[in-house]
Design a protein around this ligand. Structure first.
Ligand SMILES: N[C@@H](CCC(=O)N[C@@H](CS)C(=O)NCC(=O)O)C(=O)O
Length: 331
């Protein structure tokens, strides 16, 4: 405990120095740690980089376009000997699709990726505002200081699961009671994602110094950081999170982080019970939640290990295939 807070302070001091001594409040500097607790990462995998370049490159029409997804799928298919099937999406009727959707996010945040999996699968166009985790100036207007925040036709929605519940009611015409019912399998597994799966991620992506650096390379390459912040945060953040992740292991009673990740992946495969998706022949909200939080780590060392050592790969590839291209548009 003391060790982690010492490191947090050390990181804060480093950041303060990098910003000319005291230009950022201690609260601001501590946000980096909070971000990184749930932040995930990409490695240098070409497939993963293509996935991100697809997100970042916008076509002239405003719709995100790239040929990268084909390459990524081919890479994964080759690795898993998966013969690609085509899954038809069922986009909601145009009259229920919101007109103006803005997502305030960190690119590496699993909760933000959970919301994006929903928006992408249902082809709901959305703009992205990448928030600087240190200054958070992009969400100065909001009392709620975490991401994701989704603004839907002017209405602010906070918290990934609450956002998806609300969108489910608006767009899928789900009843509010459905998302709260304990008997509902979909709800049960969505809660498992929030209460169990997400807590296993940080201990895995910051497990070794090399993995922590890989993670922060991604966080800083894809996040909204100034030039100076980028380099300071990459090394100071990786060092701090390596130690913080050991504290998180204790907090969540994890003895072997990789074993916990593999166990969670196998638990999910068991839940599928031989079906293509938890939702049967098409994904439900639990499929989208598991996919969303795993997506940022899939091509990191930990995600590659997970696919190599468990049976989750085929379901994951099916999800990549069915979720398809991001429905993100230019801000
Ligand atoms: N329960 C929230 C958790 C959101 C969350 O913790 N987001 C992190 C980023 S991954 C965050 O904003 N942390 C606070 C910070 O950056 O200051 C949700 O599901 O949306």
């Amino acid at each position: 405990m003391r060790r982690a807070s010492t490191l947090t302070s050390a990181l804060s001091r480093t950041l303060t120095a990098a910003h000319g001594g005291g230009s950022k409040s201690p609260a601001v500097q501590h946000r980096l740690i909070q971000v990184a607790l749930y932040g995930s990462s990409t490695g240098n995998s070409h497939a993963h980089q293509r996935w991100f370049s697809r997100l970042l490159d916008s076509g002239s029409s405003g719709k995100v376009v790239s040929l990268g997804v084909a390459g990524a799928l081919v890479t994964v298919a080759a690795a898993t000997s998966f013969s690609q099937e085509v899954y038809a999406k069922e986009p909601p009727p145009p009259e229920v699709v919101p007109k103006d959707v803005v997502l305030y996010q960190y690119e590496a945040c699993p909760f933000c990726n959970k919301v994006k999996a929903f928006l992408d699968y249902y082809d709901i166009p959305y703009k992205v505002v990448e928030v600087n985790p240190l200054s958070k100036k992009e969400i100065k207007w909001s009392d709620y200081k975490k991401v994701p925040i989704l603004v839907v036709d002017g209405e602010q929605l906070n918290d990934s699961s609450a956002i998806i519940d609300k969108l489910g009611q608006k767009v899928l015409l789900k009843k509010e009671a459905d998302s709260n019912s304990e008997d509902n399998e979909e709800t049960k597994w969505r809660r498992w994602v929030d209460n169990h799966l997400v807590h296993i991620l940080s201990p895995n992506i910051y497990r070794k110094t090399s993995e922590a650096l890989e993670s922060f390379d991604y966080i800083t390459s894809n996040g909204n950081f100034s030039f100076t912040e980028k380099y300071t945060v990459k090394y100071a953040g990786a060092a701090a999170m390596y130690f913080v992740s050991k504290k998180l292991k204790k907090k969540y009673n994890i003895t072997d982080e990789r074993a916990a990740l593999y166990e969670a992946a196998e638990t999910w495969v068991e839940a599928l019970n031989g079906h293509e998706f938890l939702g049967g022949s098409k994904p439900n909200l639990a499929d989208l939640a598991v996919f969303g939080v795993l997506r940022p780590i899939r091509y990191l060392r930990s995600g590659r290990d997970m696919v190599e050592h468990t049976r989750i790969g085929e379901w994951y590839t099916r999800m990549e295939n069915v979720v398809g291209e991001p429905s993100r548009i230019k801000a």
